[in-house]
Design a protein around this ligand. Structure first.
Ligand code: GKR
Ligand code: MG
Length: 420
């Protein structure tokens, strides 16, 4: 092991950025989304990582940060080992308000691995995509990720996207988002209205955007029977149906009848879930996400498993900032079979709110050009970081809780599954 690249310090800064009232099966997004920004320091250089910002996760990150000092940025195996030891007695799945739960170790390890790869790239003068095997594409395509939404947060003026609560509103949202970014695939977050209404929304999108691949994701709120009905209704229209029913067993039952592939970021979210899912042919597309699959290299291991077992690969997203977008883009650029348009929540954040210096990530034709500068290719803007950290301190949110926020306005709301 090289003696160069010893981790001298680790800094973790929680930040908050404005979010829009996006509806989903568990409620509605709060006015702010939380993230943690990780800096790993060595030899006068720093590497960046970005991950969830809820306090429970932040606490684990801080504990891990203390333990990884003195390790080498090249020895990510040691890093993973330290996270495993640290979290040995942690039985939680680290879900905390999100619809996806996964391995806590992989979640904690991920941003440190990304930061180490950023540093490795910076010190070697090569982009992270080179460290991951080299770019197989110069531009990583993303999908137009549509949400049913309120016009603005209650009590606040309408936001730039306005209301989308019916098929016409969803089509209008798609037109706006596609006009701005040029996306060539569309995903609708469902699980909000009765399934027949969401089926109508997809049919309206199909009519408005003929030939554009479409996906629907109700986050597992439907029964197996309802999922099978939706699959039949949308035969020949959906590119894939994402998490219609809950758990591997539910997905396997739907898959037996559905004509389109089923995708998941809920039933299979950790390596341990792969064998039972493969045995039952429960899902045909895994939505990878380096934030919970254990970083970029473990996501490539997942890609290899998918290739071996004939599953395809797409990418899941949660509300995120530019460091995550850079990491997602390098990963997809260097992973040949990650070839569906990836999900991103990017359009839902304010353009001027981020922690990186403007201009490094270029949106072209529905995708992001893969940065070619060393490392992730993005640099921290310390003024912006300070601003978003202050916003974190001021906003008072310490975890994501879409359900409680929803209940403030609709007291009878229930996040019970299955709902339809
Ligand atoms: O942002 O509301 C949301 C989504 O529902 C998100 O939490 C999910 O994790 O994007 C996600 C998904 O594909 O399930
Ligand atoms: Mg999903």
């Amino acid at each position: 092991m090289s003696q160069r690249g010893k981790i001298q310090d680790v800094r973790i800064t929680p930040v908050a950025f404005h979010d829009m009232p996006l509806l989903n099966s568990v409620g509605v997004h709060e006015p702010y989304a939380l993230r943690s920004i990780i800096e790993v320091m060595t030899e006068g250089a720093y590497g960046l990582g970005e991950t969830y910002g809820n306090s429970e996760h932040l606490d684990r990150l801080q504990k891990a940060a203390e333990r990884i000092k003195g390790l080498f940025i090249y020895d990510t195996n040691a890093l993973h080992r330290v996270c495993t030891e640290l979290l040995a007695d942690d039985g939680s799945t680290g879900g905390d308000g999100m619809v996806t739960t996964a391995s806590v170790v992989d979640k904690v390890f991920s941003p440190f691995e990304v930061a180490c790869l950023d540093l490795q790239g910076k010190l070697a003068g090569v982009p992270v995509s080179d460290l991951l095997g080299g770019r197989v594409r110069e531009n990583v395509q993303y999908s137009a990720y549509l949400f049913y939404k309120w016009p603005g947060h209650p009590g606040e003026p309408d936001d730039e996207y306005g209301e989308a609560l019916d098929p016409a509103g969803v089509v209008k949202q798609a037109q706006k988002i596609i006009a701005e970014y040029g996306f060539k695939a569309i995903k609708l977050k469902g699980g909000v209205f009765p399934p027949a209404q969401e089926v109508e929304a997809i049919k309206a999108l199909h009519e408005a955007f003929p030939g554009v691949p479409l996906r629907l994701d109700p986050n597992a709120v439907w029964t197996v029977e309802t999922s099978q009905w939706v699959a039949k209704e949308l035969d020949g229209i959906l590119e894939y149906l994402e998490d219609p029913a809950a758990e591997i067993e539910g997905m396997a039952a739907v898959a037996k009848e559905a004509s389109m592939p089923l995708a998941t970021n809920m039933a299979v979210v950790a390596f341990a879930h792969l064998p039972p899912s493969i045995l039952q042919n429960a899902v045909q597309v895994i939505l990878s996400d380096h934030h919970f699959w254990g970083g970029l290299r473990r996501s490539q291991t997942l890609a290899a498993i998918c290739a071996t077992w004939g599953m395809r690969l797409s990418m899941h997203s949660n509300s995120h900032l530019g460091i995550s977008l850079a990491a997602m883009t390098h990963l997809a650029a260097a992973t040949p079979n990650l070839d569906y348009a990836c999900d991103t929540h990017w359009p839902w954040k304010r353009r001027d709110e981020d922690v990186i210096i403007d201009g490094a990530l270029k949106w072209v034709d529905g995708g992001v050009n893969v940065p070619t500068a060393p490392g992730l290719g993005v640099e921290l803007d310390r003024d912006k970081l300070a601003r978003l950290h202050q916003q974190y301190l001021d906003c008072g949110l310490r975890k994501r809780d879409d359900t409680t926020y929803m209940k403030k306005f609709q007291p009878d709301f229930s996040a019970h599954i299955p709902r339809w």
